[in-house]
Structure formats: C-alpha cells, structure tokens
Design a protein around this ligand. Structure first.
Ligand code: FE2
Length: 361
C-alpha cells in the first residue's frame, strides 16, 4: 500500500494544564494567538474547560479540569502542564488505519465518530511516547473549523507573526529513541531525515542524541531526543525527571520575521534564553553573509545556522509552565532545511546555565 497520502499536517496541539483560562490568556496577550473557540459546561461538555487558539495555521487547545476525579487532573498532577495530544489531519481515516493495522507496529488504536451540528468527525487515537497521543482526524464529513463541543469566540486580532508549526520535539528515555523512530517510520510511514549523535550535541557537561522523522515532504516534522551520558546530568534527563515521563519538549513556531516577532514578544514579557556575546563575535565567519544586522541579532539573542540549502534564524523561550519542561522555539527559515546543528552547543550551554541555577547540573 502507498504510504504517500496518509497524513496531511499537524491539526491541533492540545495541552492539559492547571488553568486553561490562564494559559489561553498568556498565549493571547504575550504570544499573539487569538481565542477562537471555547468548550465547557455552557456548550454541554461537563468535565472540562477548553480554549482553542489560533495564529496563522497554528491551532492550540488548552484544557483544564473541573474536578479532582478528572483524568486531566491526574495528568496535570503527575506531569505538570504539558502537551497531551499532537493531532494530525488525515485524508482518509479508513486507509490510514488499514496501513497502521496491517504493519502492526503501532499497537493501540482507538476509533470514535464524533457527531455534532456540523456533521460527523471520524477520529482515531494512537498512543505514542509517555502519555502523549496522536488524534487522527478526518474532516471529510465535518463542516466546521471548530472541533465538536466548541462554540465560536469573537476576539481581537493580535498576530505576532507566527505562521505554522515547523516541528514538534519529543524527549524519550535513554535507548528509547530508536524504537520511537521505528514507530514513526515503520508504523506510520514517516521517513527518517537525519541523526545527531552525542558528539554533535555535547558540551563539557551533558549530552543527548537526536533523530528526525518527517512526513509528506516535511509537512510534519518530529525530532526525537534521548539523553546521553555526560559528565553531568543531560538536559533531556532533567526534562524526564520533572515531567516524570517522556513527553513533548518543544514546539517550533515558524515566522517570516523573527526579529519583529521576538521584539514584540519580549515587549509583552516572553523570556528567551540568553546567548553569550562571544557567539556573535565569530558569527559571520561561521555562517557567511546574512541579510540581518548582527548587532540586532546580538541584542535579541537570536541564533543563526547555515546548511547546504541556506540559513535559518532561531531562538528558544524559557520554560512556559512552572516545571522546566515545555518551551517554544521561534524559527525563520531562509532556505535552510536543517535544525541548527551549529547552534546546539551554544544552545545547550545556555540551557545548562539555567539548569545550574535550578541546582540540577
Ligand atoms: Fe527545534
């Protein structure tokens, strides 16, 4: 069976959080998302509160709980605030499921047809690393931009330049990266793009390994990290300890003007990782001529890397919740199709300075 036409793109990414209202407010006021949908007791959903936010093509759902008996409450108590569901839009759920069932690598598949005023949304749920899931959604018989149970919310435009999800990164336990790469490649028909070993991604202290899988000509990109042994604790291990399981480490949001996006997010209180000034001293030697003013990149702590196809600009936020687990990346690609390998060292040293402040290095 052909594996070219099973998945379209990342549809929505749902977080389970302690307070959906506060997460929605933060993303609206500081990150340029617009609240477009709400679901809760007022819309007939008794056990949870969800806000759907959108910016460009990026759609995020923040879901909180209304009682201690809730599964969401248990999830948040164990993991803290984090990503639960990386939902994927599929062309034809039936053929996607027959591919998945025939090869048998992905064991847990649960199907459900959700009915509502806008028709029937055919869905399936696959479990992946930790307690993370992939909902598969077939919109063929569903005539609305809102998921079932949501009502539309009118809110002001607040765009800060985010266009789409570039990639979503999972952190898994040591020696578990390859089995999860196999899950995506053999189980779901993804393709492996590249890998980085601990020599690429190590500092004086800590190390990690990473492999990247993609689908549909990079329409969906999932890098997967595992900790490697270093002199001190790997940042991936710190994540696993605080999340108490594998899970989503970061979502990279693509922008067409990273300087403008970062400036505006900073002015609204988003905190980004810092980069030492020395990084910029040899920047031009390392990446060659670029369009941007290096002094502006230095002021904003934006990183640059080049590959055979062009260059990219990127920056990472501080953790978004209380635990040092989930964060965002902003990325602007100017031809480059890779992931900033040349920045790994600078980036990880920066993460380690934060890890050391928390007493975990
Ligand atoms: Fe990334």
């Amino acid at each position: 069976m052909s594996t070219d036409n099973l998945f379209n793109s990342v549809d929505t990414i749902e977080f389970y959080v302690g307070s959906a209202k506060q997460w929605a407010y933060f993303h609206e006021k500081a990150m340029g998302f617009r609240i477009v949908g709400y679901s809760g007791p007022e819309t007939g959903v008794r056990d949870r509160i969800s806000y759907l936010l959108q910016q460009g093509e990026v759609r995020l759902i923040f879901t909180g709980f209304l009682s201690r008996a809730s599964e969401i409450s248990r999830h948040v108590e164990l993991h803290g605030d984090g990503v639960k569901d990386i939902a994927i839009d599929v062309n034809d759920l039936e053929s996607t499921l027959s591919f998945i069932r025939e090869n048998g690598v992905v064991k847990s598949v649960e199907t459900k047809n959700l009915k509502g005023d806008s028709g029937t949304l055919a869905t399936a749920k696959l479990t992946t690393f930790g307690e993370t899931v992939h909902s598969l959604r077939d919109y063929g018989e569903w005539d609305s931009d809102l998921p079932p149970g949501f009502k539309e919310v009118q809110s002001p435009e607040a765009n800060l330049g985010v266009k789409k999800v570039d990639h979503v990164v999972g952190n898994v336990e040591e020696n578990k990266m390859d089995p999860w790469v196999n899950y995506y490649v053999k189980g779901l028909g993804f393709r492996q793009l590249m890998s980085f070993d601990d020599k690429d991604i190590s500092t004086e202290y800590s190390a990690l390994r990473s492999k990247v899988v993609e689908y549909g000509g990079r329409k969906i990109i999932f890098p997967i990290n595992e900790p490697a042994i270093g002199l001190k604790k790997s940042q991936i291990q710190e994540y696993l300890d605080y999340y108490e399981s594998p899970g989503v480490q970061h979502i990279a949001l693509a922008t067409d003007n990273i300087i403008e996006s970062v400036r505006r997010m900073k002015s609204k209180g988003i905190q980004f990782l810092e980069t030492p000034g020395t990084y910029y001293d040899e920047l031009e030697e390392r990446v060659g001529k670029i369009d941007e003013d290096i002094d502006v990149l230095r002021e904003l702590n934006i990183l640059v890397d080049r590959d055979d196809d062009g260059y990219l600009l990127q920056i990472f936020t501080q953790p978004i919740g209380d635990r040092p687990t989930f964060f965002y990346e902003l990325i602007q690609r100017k031809g480059a199709t890779s992931f900033g390998k040349g920045n790994f060292k600078a980036l990880f040293e920066s993460i380690e300075r934060e890890q050391a402040k928390r007493g975990n290095l």
